[in-house]
Design a protein around this ligand. Sequence first.
Ligand code: HEM
Length: 412
Amino acid sequence: MTSVALLRQITDYANRADPYPLYAELRKTPVVQDETGVYLVSTYWEIRHLLHDPRVSSDVRNLSPEAAGAVGQAEDPNLPPSFLRLDPPEHDRLRRLAMRPFGPPHTPRRVYEMRGELGEIVSGLIDGFRDRGQIDLVDDFSYPFPVTVICRLLGVPREDESRFHGWADTIAGGLDPGHGTEEEREAKQQEVRQARADLAVYLAGLIDERRRSPRDDMLSALATGHGPDGQMSPVDMVITSTLLLIAGHETTVNLITNGMLTLLRNPDVLQRLREDPDLVVPMVEELLRFEPPVQFIPHRTPLSDIEVAGTIIPKGAPLFLMLASGSRDPQRFLDADRFIPDRTDNQHLGFGSGLHNCFGAPLARLEAQIALTELTRRLDNLRLVEDPPPYRQNAVLRGPRHLAVAFDGLKQ
Ligand code: HEM
């Protein structure tokens, strides 16, 4: 196998169930240039350094034009980027504004105070399985749970879910590196731009409503809040709420589903978790290392030529940071390919690192901890129906599309 064709193999659906041997192959050369021109960085320390390197940009407008075409990550001419894809100082200002109603220093207890509500949503979903011996964990639990949570947090009516589900899926699909011909990639980008525009119109309407009659939710806080950074522009409000809605839809679902799949493949750990629910805290960290929902970051580019592990990555070149590979790097983690639920030295890359580190991490952690504890506690004799399960197409936001599980009954 030549290393230059590895990205094609990683994005090939046939390898979705187990991409880890490909990452091991990739790590033999910490930086490789793929046949499409993309630079892939796969080892832990190199990825970590790049995540903290101010010479590395998240803004696709800094990609050279050829590079933007090659990876299908061209700028959207209609809408500006979210802070996920901006550099300082604009990134920092917008992130601070979004953080005001969500976390420290302004609202430090926001996520913690949702604990009771999260527990109620989980109990309600599990109670609904009473007369069933088999469920699809994705459609019946892992998807509706975080979606309900992010909708409540933002103040988006849950009943509108059927309207924005399709848009959210299409936008998340846009993260997947381009397949096929240039025309096919352009057609896909066009679909993504349309979905972003439709969702933007929908959210702009809601934000307008909240500006006129605010409630206790994040859309109202963004629409009416003032602070040292002033206020977000109306367009930035729409872009930021789009980012939060998509991030709340398309990531935690995979952490919960990958988590349950891993537990069901390791029944001894499942039993340990039943006996010692506190195990869930380090276990969720280990899941973020071992089966991370975000496998790689496909949108970075150097602002000047930089040297990484002896290779010069030129200014404007497309740079992919292979987080899932870094988190399995045996140079960093002992027994890196083993799932060790109480691993202590575990600075994984599951939430990224540096100035773009995951904004929603405290919420995602709490959601996964509550979900996995309650599912294992309440579903009797839980077992997998199909292994491996069918996966989603997306190679970046990787997880099962369905996970059929059977059980014998429900505990209270
Ligand atoms: C298990 C679930 C999640 C995982 C694995 C995850 C992973 C990540 C990763 C790897 C990044 C870094 C991206 C980069 O460096 O370019 C990130 C950023 C981000 N995440 Fe999450 N995320 C999760 C859940 C959430 C949730 C629930 C929210 C919203 C409440 C959220 C909001 C964000 C935002 C806004 C950013 C951009 C931060 C910035 O650019 O400063 N994430 N996430």
